[in-house]
Ligand binder design. Structure first.
Ligand code: NAD
Length: 356
């Protein structure tokens, strides 16, 4: 099967880590009989330099015509002083909107071989962390009506959700749970917020269509506590834009290795945007020190969610597990290890070897 992937390499370490992910995809293609075709487009600082804008129309058109989009990262000090509408990050928001990506998926996993990096107490981290958060991305308070009174002394933002918006992300979460440990935790503030009460009712209606998946509700304040007290209890979490924004950062921190974490943003079509959660790391760009794992795991998410290639996705995830368990490290995840850190290319080579 042929798959056309739009590449947004971006800035800083973006080109290095995206190229690593493509090499891993090519290995998967060779092993399982797929062909991945790549077309690069400009976005972020590199697009500003070449065209004057962070998200050229050609990039939007190319992404819309592709089967999926793989992104490195954008931004850097060179563009920090530009006005807001011309900043590289504007490209990110623009491409998410243009592709209608309403679900942000962020797995948070603690690798057994890196458990010492978790800031949690050893007896808690020993029980493991392997969860995936589904955050609603284009609704709620970040997009609701906002304003200030005439005297400027009062301001408001509005949290607003329709059943349609809740249903579509709930379905995505329940479908994902079916491929995992079959449990969904829906996080809200239904004891206070009307929008949360609608969220809860709607999630329960969707849950009835997935009788094989356990569904539980949790208030957001309790969830913030449970994530540090007993993260092993979570499988799939589904929540609103603002709660997901905060909790997904908490979830990634407790794994102790944000440099390893991938993400996906998806909408109604199978096309999505796959990217590491970290930024463009301008401090190490061009030194070969970038850890490619978060981007390689983002490519695995693309195989799973965009192309329904579950076996192939798991092959990449297992290769990463195996390479870390064998003690191979890039500089950012050395911890107390005394091994010589691998370069971006060397770590990619190890992962490709492990797929053989
Ligand atoms: P960052 O994630 O780029 O870097 C934070 C620290 O982590 C740095 O020391 C960096 O060297 C290190 N790091 C990050 N990724 C790494 C990797 N793969 N391997 C090894 N080390 C890694 O965050 P920042 O420094 O706050 O931001 C730098 C730029 O990235 C800014 O312009 C910011 O706006 C942008 N940014 C972009 C995205 C995105 O494109 N989605 C996300 C966050 C930040």
């Amino acid at each position: 099967m042929n798959y056309n992937i739009a590449l947004l390499r971006g800035d800083g370490i973006g080109p290095e880590i995206v190229d690593s992910a493509c090499r891993v995809l090519d290995k998967i293609g060779e092993k399982y009989g797929h062909k991945f075709n790549y077309t690069p487009y400009l976005m972020g600082g590199c697009a500003i330099d070449a065209t004057g804008v962070p998200l050229p129309q050609e990039t939007i058109d190319g992404c819309l015509a592709s089967d999926s989009v793989l992104l490195g990262a954008v931004g850097g000090p060179k563009w920090d002083t530009l006005p807001g509408h011309l900043r590289p990050e504007k490209g990110l928001l623009g491409i998410r909107a243009a592709l209608g990506l309403y679900t942000n998926i962020r797995p948070a996993k603690l690798y057994a071989s890196l458990s010492a990096e978790s800031p949690l107490r050893a007896d808690i981290s020993a029980r493991g962390i392997d969860l995936v958060m589904f955050r609603e991305l284009i609704g709620g308070i970040y997009f609701g009506e906002r304003g200030r009174s005439e005297d400027g002394l009062t301001a408001y933002d509005t949290e607003k959700y329709s059943t349609y918006e809740i249903e579509r992300i709930a379905h995505a979460a329940f479908k994902a749970a079916r491929l995992r440990r079959k449990k969904v935790t829906s996080i809200d503030k239904a004891n206070v917020l009307e929008s949360s009460r609608l969220w809860r009712e709607t999630v329960h209606k969707v849950a009835a269509e997935y009788p094989d998946v356990t569904c539980e509700d949790m208030l957001v304040d309790n969830a913030a506590m449970q994530l540090v007290k007993n993260p092993a209890q979570f499988d799939v979490i589904v929540t609103s834009n603002i709660f997901g924004d905060i909790l997904s950062d908490e979830a990634s921190q407790i794994t102790g290795s944000i440099g390893l974490l991938p993400s996906a943003s998806i909408g109604d079509s199978t096309r999505g945007l796959y990217e590491p959660i970290h930024g463009s790391a301008p401090d190490i760009a061009g030194t070969g020190k970038a850890n490619p794992i978060a981007t390689i795991l983002s490519a695995a998410m693309m195989l799973r969610y965009a192309f329904a290639l579950e076996t192939e996705a798991r092959a990449i995830e297992k290769a990463v597990d195996d390479v870390l368990a064998a003690g191979h490290r890039t500089g950012d995840i050395l911890g107390a290890s005394t091994v010589t850190p691998l370069s971006c290319v060397e770590m990619t080579d190890k992962i490709i070897e492990a797929i053989c």
